[in-house]
Design a binder for this molecule. Structure first.
Ligand code: SF4
Ligand code: SF4
Length: 411
């Protein structure tokens, strides 16, 4: 999108301000420049070259969480996040080459973790981590937040078609069913490693339900990280690559709401891609499924992407309602963002940590022992916040709960 097209979209904003109380960054900063209306005014000023392109104005635009809360209430249907993404792409192209190249390199590393993961694994389990943590260098480089996000378990990648979930079902009452309906799981770029347990859970459930599950081995990404960080063209390439891998499947299940929101923008996938929680909640459950009925309350954190672009905040609740012993409850004030928002949690620690603190307080107030969420970034953020607060609360994906409660008997 060029400047004229972006400016035409900004003209649809009538400056009514109805979105302001719904914007998490405005509620925290209480400054017009941190509101949707203020950001639109900044875009207009920058693209019309009425105001200089300063670091501080760039940062104001970058402080948008892309949570879509403003779009949900805007009477003029202003596509605020679309405007901000497109403007970030223009501003990124104007950055000095060294800065742009470094950011591009880091993003590419994140979505192709083959090189990064062995290094992260080594860092996680060596004396180096302790040394670096104690040296204070992480705080100095503002990377302490990134270090806290690393999961406590060793990161591994799901590749090669040898899934522990399938091995566990072999020889059980469910083993012979998995042939009838082909179905694909979109594992995501980072999700393939960080969400290995969730992928296995989905494979177990779907196999027990009689589906033949495929998880392509090739790297695949929805393009969201690049698109929201000013590299829209690379985001388009990532999405096109994913379309070529998945376009022939009748159903493509996603495990993270942010990926689903992005994949749905492709006309080639919009009809076949579906949230795994919603898909499993809506299909008929086999009568002979053996489910553990131990009573437990499970609190649901609904990601902004699940609520707004995906427009299905009930998916996890509807899924968990199938489990006889489980009482699913939405967390109070569930409409508020947890502050994760992709790379946002690394770049804007002030607002991100403040939003997280509110969420952790809510989890503490309801005395939750298990919280589920349907997005990878939110799960990482909540786990890090709970660890830092010394709260023993399990954070996982709803599919992990379902998979654990389905009992498998080896015949
Ligand atoms: S997308 Fe979210 S953070 Fe960004 S302007 Fe809209 S409400 Fe505010
Ligand atoms: S973005 Fe929409 S709700 Fe917000 S000020 Fe503009 S027209 Fe009003």
């Amino acid at each position: 999108m060029n400047s004229e097209q972006i400016l035409a979209l900004t003209d649809t904003c009538v400056k009514c301000g109805l979105c302001l109380p719904h914007c998490p960054t405005y509620r925290k900063a209480v400054q017009e420049a941190d509101s949707p209306r203020g950001r639109i005014a900044i875009v207009q000023g920058l693209l019309n070259e009425q105001i200089p392109n300063t670091y501080s104005l760039n940062r104001r635009l970058s402080r948008c969480l892309e949570c879509h809360a403003c779009e949900a209430v805007c009477p003029s249907k202003v596509p605020v996040t679309h405007i901000i993404d497109a403007t970030r792409a223009i501003l990124t192209a104007r950055q000095p080459r060294y800065k742009r190249s470094l950011r591009y390199f880091l993003l590419n590393l994140a979505v192709r973790p083959a090189i990064l993961l062995p290094l992260v694994r080594y860092y996680q389990h060596s004396w180096l981590r302790l040394l670096i943590q104690r040296s204070g260098i992480l705080k100095f480089l503002q990377l302490d937040n990134a270090d806290n996000l690393l999961p406590e378990y060793p990161i591994r990648e799901i590749r090669g078609g040898n899934f522990p979930a399938l091995n566990a079902i072999q020889g059980s009452q469910y083993a012979l069913r998995a042939s009838a309906h082909p179905i694909a799981i979109f594992p995501g770029c980072i999700g393939r490693s960080i969400d290995a347990n969730v992928i296995n859970a989905a494979i177990k459930i779907l196999t027990c339900f009689g589906y033949q599950v495929s998880v392509p081995n090739q790297p695949c990404c929805c393009g969201a990280l690049h698109r929201h960080d000013g590299f829209a063209a690379r985001g388009d390439l990532e999405l096109a690559n994913t379309v070529s891998l998945f376009k022939n499947y009748p159903h493509v299940l996603t495990l993270a709401s942010a990926c689903l929101a992005e994949l749905r923008t492709s006309p080639d996938l919009s009809k076949t891609v579906v949230d795994a929680n919603r898909f499993i909640a809506d299909i008929a459950w086999p009568d002979d499924l053996v489910i553990d009925t131990t009573p437990q309350t499970i609190w649901v954190h609904t990601p902004c992407t699940q609520r707004h672009p995906v427009k299905d905040p009930q998916a996890a609740i509807d899924l968990l309602t199938h489990l006889p012993g489980v009482t699913p409850k939405p967390l109070p004030k569930n409409i508020t963002c947890c502050g994760a928002a992709g790379t946002y949690m690394l770049k804007h620690q002030d607002i991100s940590l403040s939003l997280l603190a509110d969420k952790i307080q809510i989890i503490k107030d309801v005395k939750a022992t298990i919280v589920v969420t349907t997005n990878t970034g939110c799960a990482l953020r909540l786990k890090a916040g709970l660890r830092a607060s010394n709260l023993e609360v399990r954070v996982c994906h709803p599919l992990e709960i379902v998979a654990e409660l389905i009992k498998v008997t080896i015949l």
